[in-house]
Design a protein around this ligand. Structure first.
Ligand code: NAP
Length: 248
């Protein structure tokens, strides 16, 4: 049976790579975007030109429960339901620690944690009914080890997302597998913008492999984790960071 994958934040760097990878693997694709409609539409055209899969775009602010509900209802009307959910949408605000405040902190938690919760809770209905579902939360090594203190609210949100992953895995077992991927430095176009070669060298020197990761490398891992070959992998957080953070 054909499976439908919803990738939130598919208008972004890593999300679009995941959408392309899963289209190549034969999944029907739902591209979610928040404000970048044009990027989402371009990705849809690319997928439809390259792969023989169904593809649609949906818009929502995932932090808004009603909007997330309506988005998933629309997907259900058009595809039957979400079988695979990739919670990838997130924000990372640039202010330094002293400029941060409770309102911006809350916004980061709203999008990065509550947004993932809203989508997971809503797709669970269909997943439980059909006794199958896969959820991957795109977290960050910043949720495990804090390297950049300027990311204080972002780091807290990713640590909370890791906790949410474990909790959802327990609540949704045995039919729905819930895992998280924690990327380190991934060189998306946006991430690389404004980096001087010196800063880039300084950052990549901290990584055992002496390079940043590619969005496609994260996408390959997503593809594996939702495949039948990964059926015994559940309730875990997998780092993909070139060995930057090591492991316990
Ligand atoms: P990105 O290019 O900035 O993409 C972020 C996506 O989130 C965009 O599609 C954006 O949609 C969407 N988004 C933002 N606010 C939203 C909201 N309120 N509701 C719904 N969607 C919203 O980021 P990225 O680098 O590809 O990162 C993707 C994921 O990987 C994130 O979870 C990030 O934390 C994680 N990650 C990235 C790195 C890295 O080095 N790049 C490292 C570790 C973890 P619009 O553009 O349409 O508004």
């Amino acid at each position: 049976m054909k499976k439908t994958a919803l990738i939130t934040g598919a208008s972004g760097g890593i999300g679009s790579a995941i959408a392309l990878e899963l289209a190549e693997a034969g999944y029907d694709i739902v591209i979610h975007y928040h404000s970048s409609k044009e990027k989402a539409e371009q990705l849809k055209q690319r997928i439809e030109a390259q792969y023989a899969v169904f593809c649609m775009c949906v818009q929502a602010d995932v932090s808004d429960e009603a909007a997330a509900d309506e988005m998933i209802s629309e997907i259900e009307r058009r595809t039957g339901g979400v079988d695979i959910l990739i919670n990838n949408a997130a924000i990372d605000l640039p202010e330094l620690f002293p400029e941060k405040n409770a309102e911006t902190f809350r916004r980061v938690l709203d999008v990065n944690v509550i947004g993932a919760f809203n989508c997971a809770k809503r797709v669970y209905r269909h997943m439980l009914e059909q006794e199958y579902g896969r959820i991957i939360n795109i977290s960050s090594t910043n949720g495990i080890n804090t390297y950049y203190p300027v990311c204080l609210d972002y780091d807290a949100s990713k640590a909370a997302l890791n906790s949410l992953t474990h909790n959802l895995a327990v609540q949704m077992a045995p039919y729905v597998h819930v895992n998280a991927i924690a990327p380190g430095f991934i060189g998306t176009e946006k991430e690389l913008q404004g980096y001087t070669p010196e800063f880039l060298k300084e950052e990549t020197d901290k990584i055992l492999l002496k390079r940043y990761g590619q969005p496609e490398e994260v996408a390959h891992l997503v593809r594996f984790l939702i495949s039948d070959q990964a059926d015994y992998i559940n309730n875990t957080i997998i780092r993909i960071d070139g060995g930057q953070t090591g492991s316990v």
